[in-house]
Design a protein. Structure first.
Lengths: 464, 60
């Protein structure tokens, strides 16, 4: 068997079910790796090693008796620290919530446990999923396993760095303006923001009620599909939950893309926010590869990235202000500077700004829906640059808004970011695929075709 | 947005403590908000609805 830390979740679950792999051996291998690498990567805020080992022992006993809890039996998972895990603190990487112990699992964590996954612990985030990377918080920011001097993206930073670094095969992230897809892009893994409402938000600290999504982060498209099957589905107690049940995604992965209509949104990276040349070249290569696989690629126009970003910001910061106002009034010094600035912005919008943004949002959704009458899936940039250095605020500021992820928080369409190639400096470059509402299966189909053609799931960071 | 307006709005929002301790952060937040709101194309059609629409009977 190959190195245990690079096993996919599907491979590990199959081997455990066949009694070829001990869940305890897998867990111990990962804990050893975490002990060696986490001092460099800063992935964990709270590692729950004792409980994870106990759960692995229970999983081993169950597997030996032929009792499998589900398709992720014995597979370790990292949880972003704005998502509740019963008995552990949900700190949001902030002094504000340092002692906030969760009474119950979030619904997505309950579902992962129901599928047999084992929670390893809570992992780093940008403070409250908005302020980072920051060096003025109680815990250091996570670092990029491809080069630890570089930013792993955020806000689901620990989830991205931990999956890419081989500390765990699966992680939960959240995405309000791109926070699953940014670390997926920076760390060269697969991150999906599902359709709004497909995954319950109950038990997850909100940032923005109408923009928040919970999504799977993995090293392969197949694992992402498997994880979405586990966490998706209706929750009657989440007011934003969609009525539809989770789909069956893993079974349809290997369908050919022949005849599929792919809309290439070139103006995002060629005009709106001009990308680095090597990003432009990588995106063109993805498009050509899909064409060679039989897909029909054509150009598509959407509203500009600048306007999508503005609509996203007005809504996000207005809704976040409603949540954070009491703490910002009483304890402004307990926030890091980045989140204090970003969250206080909400105090300076008028009600009219918020309503106008929501009105424009509906028009923008209609324009994306019109595009989906012409094509089956969209191909576009995710990040316009490879990840920058983490210790250069000027570069962080410059690259922060150079992305094409916010349109699909505004619209709620499913969007997946993954590795498109490596820069000359050996850092990940990304691509994004977007589907119609609840057609995650088509997104996975295209992502899988690209993954198989390029071997992206076989590329791991050299430094770890 | 001028300094006096920022201070007025900050106090109205209950941010007096932040204003005293982190005046530069309050100013930066106000500037962010002003910049971003001005970049949205305002719908001119009076019947343009906001998202999400009110849906009776779809509550918990």
């Amino acid at each position: 068997m190959s190195e245990l830390h690079w096993l996919s979740a599907a491979q590990a679950a199959r081997a455990i079910a066949a009694k070829e792999l001990s869940p305890v051996a897998l867990m111990q291998a990962l804990l050893d790796r975490i002990a060696r690498l986490d001092p460099k990567l800063n992935v964990f805020i709270r590692l729950d090693a004792e409980a994870a080992l106990a759960a692995a022992m229970a999983a081993e006993t169950e597997a030996a008796a032929g009792r499998l809890r589900g398709p992720l039996h014995g597979v370790p998972v990292g949880i972003k620290d704005i998502i509740d895990v019963a008995g552990l603190p949900t700190t949001a990487h902030s002094k504000i919530l340092e002692d906030n112990i969760a009474a119950a699992d979030a619904v997505c964590v309950q579902k992962l446990r129901g599928a047999g996954a084992i929670v390893l612990g809570k992992v780093a985030t940008h403070e409250f999923a908005i302020g980072g990377p920051s060096f003025d918080l109680p815990w250091p920011p996570a670092r990029n396993p491809w080069n630890t001097d570089h930013h792993p993206g955020g806000s689901s930073s620990g989830s991205g760095a931990g999956v890419a670094g081989g500390l765990f095969p699966l992680a939960l992230g959240t995405d309000t303006g791109g926070s699953v897809r940014n670390p997926a892009s920076c760390c060269g893994i697969v991150g999906l923001k599902p359709t709004y409402g497909l995954v319950s938000r109950r038990g997850v600290l909100p940032l923005s009620f109408t923009l928040d999504h919970i999504g799977p982060m993995t090293r392969s498209v197949a694992d992402n599909a498997l994880m979405l099957e586990a966490i998706g589905g209706h929750d009657p107690l989440d007011p934003g939950s969609a009525a539809s049940a989770a789909g069956r995604y893993a079974a349809a992965l290997d369908r050919s893309v022949r005849g599929l209509r792919v809309g290439f949104v070139r103006h995002f990276h060629e005009v709106d926010v001009p990308a680095e040349p090597e990003v432009t070249a990588a995106l063109a290569h993805v498009a050509r590869t899909l064409q060679m696989e039989g897909a029909e690629v054509r150009g598509i126009r959407l509203p500009t990235l600048g306007e999508f970003a503005a609509v996203n910001r007005v809504i996000l910061q207005s809704e976040a202000w409603a949540i954070h106002a009491p703490w910002l009034r009483e304890r402004p010094g307990d926030y890091g500077q980045l989140s204090r600035r970003r969250l206080m912005a909400g105090a300076f919008f008028g009600a009219g700004d918020y309503v106008q943004a929501q009105r424009r949002r509906l028009q923008m959704i209609a324009e994306i829906e019109a595009a989906f009458r012409e094509v089956d899936v969209l191909l576009c940039a995710s990040s316009m640059d490879p990840p920058c250095r983490i210790d250069r605020p000027v570069d962080i500021d410059r690259t922060y808004a150079r992305q094409a992820r916010t349109p699909f928080n505004v619209s709620g369409h499913p969007a997946l970011a993954m590795l498109a190639g490596l820069s000359v400096d050996g850092l990940p470059i990304s691509v994004q695929f977007v589907g119609r509402y609840f057609e995650e299966a088509t997104v996975f189909q295209v992502a899988r075709a690209w993954e198989q053609a390029a071997g992206t799931d076989k590329k791991h960071p050299p430094v770890v | 947005m001028d300094k006096a307006t920022i201070e007025l709005l900050a106090r109205r929002a209950g941010l007096a403590k932040a204003l005293a301790e982190f005046p530069e952060d309050v100013a930066a937040a106000a500037k962010q908000a002003a910049d971003v709101a001005s970049r949205i194309e305002q719908p001119t059609e009076p019947t343009a609805e906001p998202w999400p629409p009110m849906r009776a009977g779809r509550g918990l």
